[in-house]
Design a protein around this ligand. Structure first.
Ligand SMILES: Cc1ncc(COP(=O)(O)O)c(C=O)c1O
Length: 351
C-alpha cells in the first residue's frame, strides 16, 4: 500500500528507536524528566521563544494555547477554514469558552480589511473585545499553502496596535519555513505563541510543542493538566521528538519536491484535477469534480489499486507526501490514478 493519507503515517527512524531505548524515565509531572526538558528547550530555541511545553497532540497544543491566553469570553479572530474550526470539534468554544469569528481569506491568509473591521482592544457596549488573533501555516484546508512573511507581519502589526496577542498554529511550521527558505524562528517571530507537531512530516510517533513566554508556558502547563494532557514517563517519546527536530527538518524540501512531481503528473492526466502552481509544500488537494464521481468513491477505488488517499470534501481528495514516498511511489500512485481516470474520469462525464 502506498499511503498518501497524511504525513502522520511516518514511522520513527532507526535513530529515533535508538534514542527511545536510551531515554530517561523521569516523571515529567512530578520531578520532571531530563529528555522532555531537553525537547522543550530545543523547541523554544527553534521557534525563538523563551519556553515550551510538550503535549500529546496538535489539537491539545491548540486547546491549551487558547486556554492559556485565557480571556474567557473574548473573541478569537481567524481565517474561516482554520483547522481549529474545521477539525477540532469546537474546543475553541466548547472547552475554552471563547467566541470566534471566521474571517474570509485567500489561500489561508485572512483578509486584512476584515481583520481591521473586527479587531478591537476591549469590550464595548455591543461588541466583544478581541482575545486573540490566530493564524495557521502551513494551512491545511488551503492545500498546504504557506502564509507569506509580509502577511504575518501585517497581521502582527494590526494586532499590536490593538494590544491583542497573536497565536500561530504551526502544526507544519517547518514545512512553511522550508518553503520560504528561512528558519522557523522567522515565521514564529510574528506571533506571541506558536505550536507545532513533531508527529507529522518529522516522523516522531507522538507529540506537539506549545512555545511562548515563560509566564505563558507556566499557565499552559496548568491547562495541560486540566485537559488531561499531563504525561508521566514521557522520556522515550520525547527522545524521538528531539531526533525529529535535530535530524528531520532538513529533509522536508524533499517532500515538497515529490508533492510537486505528483501534482505535475496529475495535471498531465487531466488539467481540471489540479493547478500544480498551487502546491507549495507536501499537501496536494485534487479535484475530482470533472469526473462526476465523488471523492469517497475515488478513494475506495484507489485503495483497491494499492493507493491510500483521503477524501477531504465531496469532490476533493488529499494526497500528502512524506518520508516514505519517493519517486517510485509517486509513479505508482500516478499510474493507478491514470488507470482509474481512464475508466471513470470520462465514463461518468458521459452520463
Ligand atoms: C494545522 C493543523 N493544526 C492542528 C492539527 C491537529 O493535530 P493532531 O492531529 O496531532 O491533533 C492538524 C492536524 O492535521 C493540523 O493540520
Amino acid at each position: 500500500m502506498i499511503d498518501l493519507r497524511s504525513d502522520t503515517v511516518t514511522k520513527p527512524t532507526e535513530a529515533m528507536l535508538d534514542a527511545m531505548q536510551s531515554a530517561t524515565f523521569g516523571d515529567d509531572s512530578r520531578d520532571g524528566d531530563a529528555t522532555v526538558q531537553k525537547l522543550e528547550a530545543l523547541a523554544a530555541r527553534k521557534t525563538g521563544k523563551d519556553a515550551a511545553v510538550y503535549v500529546p497532540s496538535g489539537t491539545m497544543s491548540n486547546l491549551v494555547s487558547l486556554l492559556a491566553h485565557g480571556d474567557r469570553g473574548g473573541e478569537v479572530l481567524l481565517e474561516a477554514t482554520s483547522h481549529i474550526l474545521t477539525a477540532e470539534l469546537g474546543g475553541i468554544s466548547n472547552i475554552a469558552a471563547m467566541f470566534y469569528r471566521g474571517l474570509p481569506g485567500r489561500r489561508g491568509a485572512m483578509d486584512l480589511d476584515a481583520l481591521r473591521d473586527h479587531i478591537r482592544p476591549r469590550i464595548t457596549r455591543n461588541r466583544l473585545g478581541t482575545a486573540l488573533v490566530w493564524m495557521e501555516t502551513t494551512h491545511n484546508a488551503a492545500g498546504g499553502a504557506v502564509l507569506p512573511l509580509t502577511h504575518l507581519a501585517e497581521v502582527q502589526k494590526l494586532a499590536r496596535e490593538n494590544e491583542v496577542p497573536v497565536h500561530i498554529d504551526g502544526a507544519r511550521i517547518f514545512n512553511a519555513a522550508a518553503a520560504l527558505g528561512v528558519g522557523a524562528k522567522e515565521v514564529a517571530k510574528h506571533s506571541d505563541t506558536v505550536c507545532f507537531c513533531v508527529s507529522k512530516g518529522l516522523s516522531a510517533p507522538i507529540g506537539s510543542l506549545v512555545c511562548g513566554s515563560l509566564e505563558f508556558i507556566e499557565r499552559a502547563r496548568g491547562f495541560r493538566r486540566m485537559v488531561g494532557g499531563n504525561m508521566r514517563q514521557a522520556g522515550p517519546i520525547a527522545a524521538a521528538g528531539i531526533v525529529a527536530l535535530e535530524n528531520m527538518v532538513e529533509r522536508l524540501p524533499e517532500d515538497h519536491r515529490t508533492a510537486k512531481r505528483l501534482a505535475a503528473g496529475l495535471h498531465a492526466i487531466d488539467a481540471s484535477i489540479i493547478d500544480p502552481a498551487a502546491v507549495e509544500t507536501n499537501l496536494v488537494r485534487v479535484s475530482v469534480r470533472a469526473s462526476g464521481r465523488q471523492a469517497a468513491e475515488w478513494s475506495a477505488d484507489l485503495k483497491q489499486r494499492g493507493v491510500l488517499v483521503s477524501p477531504c470534501a465531496t469532490w476533493e481528495l488529499r494526497f500528502v507526501t512524506h518520508r516514505h514516498i519517493g519517486d517510485a511511489e509517486v509513479d505508482h500512485a500516478l499510474s493507478a490514478f491514470a488507470d482509474a481516470w481512464k475508466q471513470f474520469g470520462t465514463a461518468d462525464k458521459r452520463r
